[in-house]
Design a protein around this ligand. Structure first.
Ligand code: FAD
Ligand code: NAP
Length: 336
């Protein structure tokens, strides 16, 4: 248990903030012992993966627990599918590459998403037409109060768009220790997302492999998104709002170029990046605080912006989108 530790190396936003206590755990036994420590009992705790979906708005006056649980294994398989159990502290992208190398399909579209496997179910990570719920089998988590291990199946995780039980009702009650995925042994690749198709066509790849899809996704992401090693960020700051189709059609008359993706007869998803750009925020910069020039959904810290300043900027953006479009954006990033 270390005291007064800088969290700068542990958050991709590159925010300067300290943890009152900081400790690593690499086994569930370690974790149990830490949860029974006086420091945790007195101060409470925060669980940290790769720190790529948090915004530190102040020093953390709790025990920060960094997840270092490691290991990937195939626990059962038949001709069609394999169940792969992955420890929560594994790096997500390394897990994706492991699956591709082992000819197991389903996560290639989720290449290069930062962070750990254990955090992935938290917001049902998704990109390029795939979400982890599509390949999820079950997860194991330790209940913080009882120290009991519990297994959650797909239904119990209550996955939604960048949502799960663990982000809502189960918030701060469980520490996910492993996730088991059901992966296909026969390639059933999803190259339907426009940008992937464009890259494959440009490379004249007609029958892509999982590796081709993964490489295309990596190329698109590297061309559009700021690398946290160079410019601090936590990916999309807001969720894409799902609005009533009636409301969308009214707006579409005023803003004919407004994009929308039909979800159901009554619901349409609108890219939040477009809304923010229309409000004039794209490329905004004040000192070290900004909105990325290539993707308005990504708020950035050029070096020394404070977490509270980034939070205030997000509030201003929320207000301007509400005023212009009568749409209430919701923050995707976890505010600490
Ligand atoms: P952290 O930031 O460490 O934690 C996030 C939250 O989960 C915290 O509240 C934390 O307490 C909780 N948590 C972490 N581990 C556990 C655990 N084991 N048990 C219980 N709770 C836990 N997200 C997408 O969905 N799609 C994308 O395409 C995507 N692209 C991104 C691109 C960039 C450049 C960046 C910086 C981020 C992107 N993200 C994306 C967001 C982020 O990568 C994901 O949300 C990722 O799953 C966060 O993992 P992490 O380990 O860094 O979580
Ligand atoms: P994009 O391709 O420019 O598209 C903008 C938005 O429109 C996306 O967010 C996407 O919603 C939606 N969209 C585009 N094509 C779609 C389709 N065929 N069907 C349904 N919805 C569609 O987006 P981008 O910013 O470059 O991101 C690409 C992908 O990576 C997206 O899936 C995005 O979610 C993901 N991503 C996520 C984060 C994060 O931090 N959460 C960061 C970077 C990228 P969806 O978001 O629902 O896909």
């Amino acid at each position: 248990m270390q005291e007064n530790i800088s969290l700068l190396p542990y958050n991709t936003f590159g925010i300067f903030a300290n943890a009152k206590y900081f400790t690593l755990f690499s086994s569930t036994e370690d974790l149990k012992n830490i949860l029974q420590s006086t420091e945790v009992k007195t101060n409470g705790l925060c669980i940290l993966g790769g720190g790529s979906n948090i915004l530190l708005t102040k020093d953390v006056d709790k025990v920060v627990l960094k997840n270092e649980l490691k290991g990937i294994e195939i626990i059962s398989q038949n001709n069609e599918v394999a169940l792969v159990k992955c420890a929560a502290g594994e790096v997500w992208h390394s897990f994706v590459l492991w699956c591709i190398e082992n000819n197991l399909y389903g996560v290639e579209n989720l290449s290069l998403i930062p962070g750990t496997v254990g955090a992935a179910p938290m917001q049902n990570i998704g990109a390029y037409g795939v979400e982890i719920k599509d390949v999820f089998f079950e997860l194991e988590a330790m209940q913080i109060d009882s120290l009991q291990m519990k297994t959650f199946n797909q239904a119990q995780c209550e996955f939604g768009y960048r949502e799960s039980f663990f982000k809502r009702k189960g918030k701060d009650q469980y520490i996910i220790t492993s996730v088991t995925f059901q992966l296909n042994k026969k390639a059933n690749l999803n190259a339907s997302y426009g940008a992937i198709q464009e890259v494959l066509t440009a490379k004249q790849i007609e029958n892509p492999t999982a590796k081709d899809i993964s490489n295309a996704v990596i190329e698109i992401r590297q061309s559009k998104l700021p690398d946290p090693k160079e410019i601090g960020n936590a990916g999309s700051f807001f969720k894409n709002p799902e609005i009533a189709t009636k409301h969308f059609l009214v707006l579409k008359k005023v803003y004919p170029s407004m994009p929308g993706y039909t979800l159901t007869e009554y619901l349409t998803k609108v890219p939040a990046g477009w809304l923010i750009e229309q409000c004039g925020w794209k490329g905004f910069r004040k000192d070290d605080l900004g909105v990325h020039a290539r993707q308005a959904l990504v708020l950035v810290n050029y070096k020394q912006a404070l977490g509270a300043e980034i939070y205030n900027l997000s509030t201003q953006i929320l207000e301007s989108v509400k005023n212009k479009f009568d749409i209430v954006l919701e923050r995707e990033v976890n505010i600490w």
